[in-house]
Design a protein around this ligand. Structure first.
Ligand code: CP
Ligand code: NVA
Length: 308
């Protein structure tokens, strides 16, 4: 493919339609079931995925790398430190070169503008593996996990307790697209900015000062670290600002009795979540982490082959 303007990318959650998500979730379920039965599913033989990491990762790297090999393809892994990306080669030049050699690119980086610049010069699809603003692959896996446990997420309520960060922004995009409501509770100064989240209206979310109120009646309670990657200099200020935004058993008690708890991980027990909650009966964090593999295999298949 040589016309860069015709290539479809997955840079934010809103890059796929509700109908396409329904397809990807169905494929993820099929791919997962084959994986569990030790049956081969190799539609991507001879395809190569470049993984570019400018921030640390465990789940994203393992799920994309293992997923691509399992589908018959191969992977090239690059980091800022061991490539020319860390030595100021222009992002546009890197995009032109890398995308002539591989079929698909995943990038984890800082500003969304960086991944957009790469995508604008890429001959092949680019997937967002986390930026400061968004983490669409995680929400893809989270919603797939919700569907597995509770059925459709449409009409349900998701309580977000904590930072107005990349995860919160992506939940908001998903709520607008898939028809559920987000109850947001963030400390003052760490609110979600609707324009950064990239949503059209405030219809799909409600803001609560008190995290207990956000959790009341929720079908899913979720949170994330107080300090995201790239914001480490703010650690001390965040520690005091976020002290009351720890998901505890009391918050889970006011949610629906069958509410699930999710966390994208890595987690800090005793900070954003009590150990009793993340290690308790309502937590589905291990299914959620595993589902990164199955959901992203379905996503890569869709990006490279379309609807199969
Ligand atoms: N949740 C997530 O993206 O984890 P990693 O940072 O380990 O990739
Ligand atoms: N919000 C976190 C998510 C880590 C997977 C971060 O950006 O560091």
């Amino acid at each position: 493919m040589s016309d860069t303007s015709r290539v479809r990318h997955y840079l934010q959650f809103s890059d796929l339609s509700a109908d396409e998500y329904a397809h990807v979730f169905a494929r993820a379920a099929f791919i997962k079931q084959r994986f569990k039965a030790y049956e081969k599913h190799q539609p991507l033989v001879d395809r190569t995925l470049a993984l570019i990491f400018e921030k640390a990762s465990t789940r994203t790297r393992v799920s994309f790398e293992a997923g691509m090999y399992q589908m018959g393809g191969s992977v090239v892994h690059l980091t800022t430190g061991d490539s020319q990306l860390g030595r100021a080669e222009p992002i546009e030049d890197s995009a032109k070169v890398i995308s002539r050699m591989v079929d698909l690119v995943m990038i984890r980086t800082f500003e969304q503008t960086k991944i957009e610049a790469f995508a604008a010069h890429s001959r092949v699809p680019v997937i967002n593996g986390l930026t400061n603003e968004f983490h669409p692959c995680q929400i893809l896996a989270d919603i797939f996990t919700f569907i597995e446990h509770r059925g459709s997420i449409a009409g349900k309520t998701v309580a977000w307790v904590g930072d107005g960060n990349n995860m919160a922004n992506t939940w908001l995009q998903a709520s607008e697209l898939l028809g559920f409501t987000v109850h947001l509770s963030t400390p003052s100064g760490y609110e979600v900015d609707q324009s950064v989240a990239g949503i059209r209206s405030a219809d799909s979310y409600k803001v609560f000062k008190d995290p207990m109120d956000a959790c009341r009646g929720a079908d899913l309670v979720t949170t994330d670290v107080w300090t995201s990657m790239g914001y480490e200099a703010e650690n001390d200020a965040r520690r005091s600002a976020f002290a009351d935004w720890c998901v505890d058993e009391e918050m889970m008690r006011v949610a629906r009795p069958d509410a699930l708890f999710m966390h994208c991980l890595p987690a800090h027990r005793g900070e954003e979540v009590q150990a009793e909650v993340i290690d308790g009966p309502q937590s589905v964090v291990w299914d959620e982490a595993e589902n990164r593999l199955h959901a992203q295999k379905a996503l890569m298949e869709f990006m490279l082959l379309g609807r199969v």
